[in-house]
Design a protein around this ligand. Structure first.
Ligand SMILES: [Zn+2]
Ligand SMILES: [Zn+2]
Length: 370
C-alpha cells in the first residue's frame, strides 16, 4: 500500500544557478525512524548556494535548505526522542552505523556526504513527488513548509527559544562554535585567528571569547563584519582590502598562533595559515571549497615545529548535546545569535540569497508564516 502523502509548498531549484520557485510538492508520511516537522524558520547557508550553483553536484530539481527549525508534526513508529508538538532544530544527517558514527563522531559519518548531497535516503528512495523533485537534502530539505527528517538529525530544544534563532544552530553556528569548543578545545589564554567572519567565523569568535582565548583576531574584507566581530569578542581585526593580512597577523603574534581557522575556502589562505602558526599550532580547514580544490602548502612548514592541518566538519558536534548547550549560552547572553540574524519571509528567498552573496547580511533566516 502506498504511504499517504502531504501536499507541501516548497522552494525548488530547477536548474544550475536558477531562481528558487515556490511550488507544491508531495511528501510521504514518515517511515519508522523519521520525523515530519512543520518548518517555522530556516537559515540560509553558503552550502545551499554552493549546491544551487552545482559546486556540489546535487541532483536537480531539488529542495535545498539545511538549517530548519520547527515543530514536530508526526513521528514514525520507532521514534523515541521527540513527540508531536516538540520544538526542534534540524541538523546534519548521519547513518548511525559506520565506524565514525559508532565512535561518537557523527559529523565525520562515512555516509555524510551522500546523506547530505545525494538528495535521497541512503537506500536510494525519495519520499518527495511532483515534477521529479528531489528532497532529503542534508536529510531535511527545509526550504519547505514541512521537512522530513530522521530521529538522528532532529534535536529537541526548549519551547521558549525563538525558532528563528534555532535554525542556524543546526549548521553554521555549531560549525564555528564547535570547531573552537569541541574540535580544537581552545583554552584560556590561547591565540586564535579567524579567516572569514561570516556566520561560521563570528560563531567561532564568540566561542573563543567564551572559552577565554586572549588573542582573537578576525580577518575579513567587509568592515561591517569586522566591526561586529569586535563587539562579539575579537581583540584585533585585519581588513584584507586595505592591509597585508600575513604582515598584520605576524605583527599581532610574532611567535605565531595556536589556532587559525580557515573559513574562506581559498587555497592561498590555508597555505598562509600554516606559515603563521606557532610550533604545534593547528590550521583548521572549515570553509567548503569546490570539489577537487588543492592548496599549495609548504611541506617543511608542517614538518618543522610539528604544525598541523585538520579538516573540521560541523564542529565535531554531537548535536543532541551541543545544540542545547548553545541555546543555554544564548540565554545567558554569551552567544548572541540574534546579532547575526536577519529574517525574511519565505516568499523572499531569492532576495535572501542575493543579500547573502553581496555580504549585506550575515545569516538570513526565512520565516515561513502561515
Ligand atoms: Zn555514519
Ligand atoms: Zn550549512
Amino acid at each position: 500500500m502506498p504511504s499517504p502523502t502531504l501536499d507541501v509548498e516548497a522552494a525548488v531549484v530547477e536548474e544550475k544557478n536558477g531562481e528558487f520557485r515556490l511550488r507544491t510538492v508531495s511528501v510521504q508520511a514518515p517511515r519508522p525512524d523519521e520525523v515530519l516537522v512543520r518548518v517555522v524558520a530556516t537559515g540560509v547557508c553558503q552550502t545551499d548556494a554552493h549546491s544551487r550553483s552545482q559546486d556540489y553536484p546535487v541532483p536537480l530539481p531539488v529542495i535545498l535548505g539545511h538549517e530548519g527549525a520547527g515543530i514536530v508534526e508526526s513521528v514514525g513508529s520507532a521514534v523515541r526522542d521527540v513527540v508531536p508538538g516538540d520544538h526542534v532544530a534540524l541538523t546534519f544527517p548521519s547513518c548511525g552505523r559506520c565506524r565514525a558514527c559508532r565512535a561518537g563522531a557523527p559529523a565525520n559519518c562515512q555516509h555524510g556526504f551522500e546523506l547530505s548531497f545525494g538528495a535521497s535516503r541512503l537506500d536510494g528512495s525519495n519520499a518527495y513527488g511532483g515534477g521529479g523533485v528531489h528532497g532529503h537534502f542534508f536529510g531535511q530539505s527545509s526550504f519547505a513548509r514541512f521537512a522530513l527528517a530522521s530521529e538522528r538529525n532532529t534535536v529537541r530544544v526548549a519551547d521558549d527559544m525563538p525558532l528563528e534563532l534555532v535554525g542556524p544552530l543546526g549548521c553554521g553556528l555549531q560549525t564555528g562554535a564547535g570547531a573552537v569548543m569541541n574540535s580544537l578545545r581552545v583554552g584560556a589564554g590561547q591565540s586564535v585567528a579567524v579567516l572569514g567572519t561570516g556566520a561560521v567565523g563570528l560563531a567561532a569568535v564568540m566561542a573563543a571569547n567564551i572559552v577565554g582565548a586572549t588573542t582573537i583576531v578576525a580577518v575579513d574584507v567587509n568592515e561591517t563584519r569586522l566591526a561586529l566581530a569586535s563587539e562579539l569578542g575579537a581583540t584585533h581585526t585585519v581588513d584584507g582590502r586595505t592591509e597585508n593580512v600575513a604582515d598584520q597577523l605576524r605583527k599581532i603574534r610574532p611567535d605565531g598562533f595556536d589556532y587559525i581557522l580557515e573559513i574562506t575556502a581559498r587555497p592561498q589562505m590555508l597555505a598562509m595559515a600554516v606559515e603563521l602558526l606557532a610550533p604545534m599550532g593547528v590550521a583548521a580547514l572549515i570553509g567548503g571549497a569546490p570539489a577537487g580544490t588543492k592548496a599549495p602548502i609548504d611541506m617543511n612548514s608542517l614538518l618543522n615545529g610539528g604544525r598541523m592541518v585538520r579538516g573540521i566538519a560541523q564542529g565535531d558536534s554531537q548535536p543532541q548535546i551541543f545544540i542545547p548547550k548553545l541555546v543555554e549560552l544564548y540565554r545567558t547572553g554569551r552567544f548572541p545569535v540574534d546579532r547575526l540574524v536577519r529574517t525574511y519571509e519565505f516568499a523572499d528567498i531569492n532576495q535572501a540569497f542575493a543579500d547573502a552573496s553581496r555580504g549585506s547580511v550575515i545569516k538570513p533566516v526565512l520565516v515561513m508564516g502561515d
